[in-house]
Design a protein around this ligand. Sequence first.
Ligand code: GSH
Length: 235
Amino acid sequence: MEERVAERLHGALGPLGFEVHAFKVGWYNAVLQPAFHLPYPDDTLAFVVLSTPSMFDKALKPFVNKERLKIIRDPVDQCVSHHLSSVKEIFPDQKVDVIFDYEILPSRRPKFLAQTAAHVAGAAYYYQRKDVKLDPWGEKKIFGVCIHPKYGGWFAIRGLLLFPDVQVPFLEQSAPVDCVSTEEKRTELLELFNFHWQDGRYRDIIEVKERYSEEQKTYFSTPPAERFRLLGLTR
Ligand code: GSH
């Protein structure tokens, strides 16, 4: 069952530059405090959706061109929302719940912890402070970061697709690739991500197969309000 759903999702979202990885809600809930649990039974089938570098050309630009007569406020979020919501049409007999990375609860907590989902699904390794033994940061708060074996840090976690009617008790979990395997590199990664996030060097902590184009780098490093002209939309 899982394979058929995965194949169809891959067929629909792959050509748009998205990647999907299956997991069971129970794997996710098992590593989190109850306040963060997803309210579904443990065996429920879910997918984490990532955008890869090619999403920019394959999905975002065509989406913006097609929608240019409408008012677009959040090009990236609206594009992702459009394509993930369209998935419902390929599963007309199934309930599909979609949660986006930008959604927050009234408590201002995110609706799901994206990096944890990517890790348990085997999509990208979530490196955290606890993965470094000799910790040089003292009292400082250190955020963890996911690294993808193919794209390094050049990707984003966009959402979850949940299939509440599909139970997959026998789904096998695969561990994410531990691509930043030395203590030194992990320390460097967390250092770069926490203290030099904007220069993007953390994204190249491993040799990557594909990264954002210069155009895409410029896009994401430009404040959102000024991005419209980069897309040829005048504001
Ligand atoms: N809300 C705006 C939109 O929808 O256009 C901004 C979206 C945005 O820039 N999101 C960031 C992003 O996609 C944070 S997830 N960055 C890509 C990256 O950092 O790899």
